[in-house]
Design a protein around this ligand. Structure first.
Ligand SMILES: [Fe+2]
Length: 331
């Protein structure tokens, strides 16, 4: 029994399912190692109050090995094959990212099985110090970033993520890449956003003080680092020379589903990936159902009306907020 929500039964018609893939086998394709370095949220300057609102004090790690050589070879091949079916080419619009795939798990069973792997979730949960499972929103459960065709553009500009936990895994040979560094701001996201003069999650391509920026090196393909991505202000720099630069970016949710959830469904509702509104509705309904089930057990006959109303509001708030956001788009 999986800890996370199953994929929907249908697949967005724009997404082409790959055939002839190898079958994912954790014992063959994974080579899980621990990171040498971890920066906590406190290390980055977050207050006790900020950290209390997060599921864990984990901030960001150095790159650690995730895939075996065989795993790298299989996944790199899949990323290259999916390039022709990336989101930008199916009319889902240009956004902050140069060139990318959302919902890779719809196209590739191998990538879906990798993201679903219990071994991977267990390993990442130990690093993040909170129980994680494959993200319940397929669009972000397994993403792939490619360098933009126009290398004057950043691979990804300063931003925080709409999900709480993700790994960024290098699939290309880093020794062949000039530029394209992954960097994060050594400070809180509030401070980083204030320095850039922005307030949302989406970034702009400007510079922060160099002494406050840290680059995370990737020793080889198949290495990735983990971050509490909605708390880490980060970017991927532009390439200095045209080169293959592919990263696989799987995201994770905190489980069980009654746990507090950092997923920013409201922000994601503004993206135009096919099926995403339905995916977000399933995600929020799943989390709300778990909170309601807990409420059934917790309600006491001695509870005041005020408390009962507050508890119902608390259980339903994220689902209703998404409902209201989606309703705005109905003509
Ligand atoms: Fe990101």
């Amino acid at each position: 029994m999986s800890d996370t929500l199953s994929f929907p039964k249908q697949r967005p018609p724009e997404y082409i399912k790959l055939d002839g893939e190898p079958k994912f086998d954790a014992s063959k394709h994974l080579m899980l190692e621990k990171p040498d370095l971890i920066s906590s949220l406190a290390d980055l300057g977050y207050s006790t109050e900020d950290i209390k609102n997060c599921p864990s004090d984990f901030g960001v790690s150095s790159a650690f090995r995730i895939l075996s050589d065989e795993g790298v070879s299989a996944m790199r091949d899949i990323c290259l094959k999916m390039y022709a079916n990336r989101n930008i080419s199916v009319g889902t619009g240009v956004n902050r990212l140069g060139s990318y795939i959302r919902g890779a798990g719809y196209r590739s069973q191998f990538i879906k099985d990798f993201c679903d792997s219990a071994e991977l979730s267990k390993h990442l949960s130990e690093i993040a110090n909170v129980k994680l499972a494959r993200h319940s929103v397929p669009a972000v459960a397994c993403g792939v970033n490619y360098a933009p065709e126009d290398i004057r553009r950043a691979v990804d500009s300063w931003h925080t993520d709409s999900v709480a936990f993700d790994i960024v895994m290098m699939m290309s040979d880093p020794s062949q890449i000039e530029g394209g560094e992954f960097q994060y701001f050594r400070g809180t996201k509030m401070e980083g956003q204030a320095l850039l003069g922005i307030d949302g999650e989406e970034g702009i391509d400007t510079e922060l003080p160099a002494e406050r920026i840290k680059t995370i090196p990737f020793p080889a393909p198949g290495y990735g680092f983990m971050q509490q991505g909605n708390m880490i202000f980060h970017r991927a720099c532009r390439l200095k020379k045209k080169a293959e630069r592919m990263t696989v970016i799987p995201s994770f949710v905190v489980v069980p589903p009654k746990a507090a959830d950092g997923t920013n469904s409201i922000n994601m509702a503004g993206w135009d990936d096919p099926g995403l509104a339905a995916e977000l509705t399933r995600h929020e309904a799943w989390r709300a159902a778990a909170r309601l089930e807990e409420l059934v057990g917790d309600v006491s006959l001695h509870d005041s009306r005020k408390r009962l109303v507050d508890e119902v509001d608390k259980a339903l708030a994220p689902l209703l907020a998404l409902r209201d956001r989606l309703a705005k788009d109905i003509n």
